[in-house]
Design a protein around this ligand. Structure first.
Ligand code: SAH
Length: 474
């Protein structure tokens, strides 16, 4: 995967300052999906070319955190065009290699960064869904002279016809930041196959990088659709914010939203507290390698990654969708390699014995067991306490006795529709005691009243929340 950027601007050393990369020196850096190199194949008095070359590790892609489960693996995960063509991987690399230039800043040549200079970008192989016509409709309105050379699907078998791959040249007088931003947004749009989960963060990115040129672009809607992986609600939000057409909400709806938000906030604070309680136990016991079972969208994982003491974090969940969201929230695609190596996401079920779960200092199971059918709880017990057997298990589950105090929860109803059971403190104690005796563990149950007192002292928490937070067994 190769991108070159050429300028005839003089002096030839200037582009090095603009891109913050010294022309005399080749540089390489690790990315979550491979390695990127920046070097200058030419830097004469007349012309200067900077090259960004990316070596993608196709095996790592499949085996890495985004590899998915063994069951879903197919040949095309290993054999595909990803290592060779420009795609969202290239955008990630552009942001990583030329982030400062992309934001329009330059330490040594700020004036030049704001100036339009003659630039030419060449992308060795760009997949263009929608063909050359769409490619031109994207770049023509931005003022580029577009050159495209199509490649046949197979040179030896002409009857197979054309492929969607083009070698693309874009020429124009541009600010370097504009060129990089256009490439950053439009390469994945042409490819239409982003390698990572797309959520709210991507809307922000599109608005940030599209500000100034996207709102007036004739292909605005198509760009937003493809950039946001055709997720309609995100596209709607992006377009309405882009065009500043957000209609005012009717009063009732606005009030309802506020209320929901306030409730959500309270819950988030409680989640924070639960996570803090779990972290405290892990720290107290000196756990370094931790597996979070039923990690969901990765709330605890994120907190664990911030702890120096935690050297390795593995999150496991049965829901692929949750794992995708976790990968996005942890920003796995963009983490520096050393940090990313500390975390792995696994797709798997707590119902089945799994070698990958063995050998950890600690396992955390936060608000998960109540999602398991009671008969299957026995399978989970064996998987965790007999086979995986971490030194320490930190487990939380809601306490049903305090549901009565939860405003808005009808009597006899569980807190969550997916809960299969909610236990009393006694039931929880009995369950843990049975397992401890059978599997050789000691038990320590957090004193609900002390948690409650701690919460009661916190003025930010309203009385309603105190009931809810106080009696989680942790
Ligand atoms: N621990 C997280 C998520 C709790 S929600 C948090 O505190 O935010 C319960 C999670 O358990 C969900 O993400 C669900 O997908 C997962 N889960 C349910 N049954 C599972 C099973 N059999 N194996 C693995 N994960 C399971």
């Amino acid at each position: 995967m190769l991108l070159t950027i050429t300028t005839t601007h003089r002096p030839a050393t200037d582009p090095g300052y603009l891109l913050h990369k010294n022309p005399a020196q080749a540089q390489a850096f690790e990315l979550p999906f491979g390695k990127a190199h920046v070097f200058y194949p030419e830097a004469t008095g007349d012309r200067c070319t900077a090259a960004l070359l990316i070596e993608i590790d196709p095996i790592g892609l499949v085996r890495g955190p985004r590899g998915g489960s063994g069951e879903g693996r197919q040949l095309d995960q290993y054999v595909n065009d990803r290592p060779y063509v420009a795609s969202s991987f290239l955008s990630v690399a552009i942001a990583r290699a030329f982030g400062t230039a992309m934001s329009g800043r330059s330490k040594e040549r700020q004036e030049l960064a704001q100036q339009e200079i003659p630039l030419e970008a060449q992308i060795a192989v760009l997949p263009c869904r929608g063909g050359e016509g769409f490619l031109r409709r994207l770049f023509d309105p931005l003022g580029y002279e577009v050159g495209a050379t199509g490649h046949p699907l197979d040179e030896c078998i002409p009857e197979w016809g054309d492929s969607r791959y083009f070698t693309v040249r874009l020429r124009g007088r541009k600010r370097i930041a504009d060129l990089l931003t256009h490439l950053y947004v439009l390469i994945p749009v042409l490819d239409d196959d982003k390698h990572y989960f797309v959520g709210d963060a991507e809307v922000e990115k599109l608005l940030r990088h599209g500000g100034g040129w996207l709102a007036g672009h004739p292909e605005r809607d198509a760009i937003a659709h493809r950039y946001l992986k055709h997720r309609r609600s995100l596209v709607r939000e992006a377009l309405s914010r882009l065009l500043d057409e957000d209609v005012a909400e009717p009063d009732d709806a606005a009030r309802a939203r506020e209320k929901e938000e306030a409730e959500l906030e309270a819950v988030i604070r409680l989640n924070d507290r639960r996570i803090q309680a779990v972290l405290d136990v892990l720290k107290k016991h000196g756990a370094g390698r931790v597996v979070d079972l039923g990690c969901g969208e990765g709330r605890l994982l994120r907190a664990l990654m911030k702890e120096k003491q935690i050297t390795e974090v593995v999150g496991l969940d049965v829901s692929v969708r949750s794992l995708e969201i976790a990968a996005e929230r942890l920003d796995l695609e963009r983490l520096p390699e050393t940090k990313r190596r500390r975390v792995t996401l696994l797709h798997g079920s707590l119902m089945y014995r799994d070698k990958r779960l063995a050998g950890f200092d600690a396992a955390t199971v936060v608000e998960v067991i109540e999602h398991l059918d009671t008969p299957r709880l026995a399978a989970f017990e064996r998987v965790l306490f007999e086979f995986a057997r971490p030194r320490l298990v930190v487990l939380t589950t809601p306490n049903v006795e305090y549901n009565a105090r939860l405003a808005g929860l009808p009597a006899g109803r569980f807190r969550h529709r997916d809960h299969r059971f909610e236990w009393t403190r006694r039931e929880f104690q009995d369950w843990t005691a049975t397992i401890a005796a059978r599997c050789g563990y000691g038990v320590e149950i957090a004193q609900p009243w002390s948690v409650r007192q701690a919460l009661a002292r916190d003025p930010r928490i309203r009385p309603r929340d105190r009931g809810a937070g106080a009696l989680r067994t942790a």
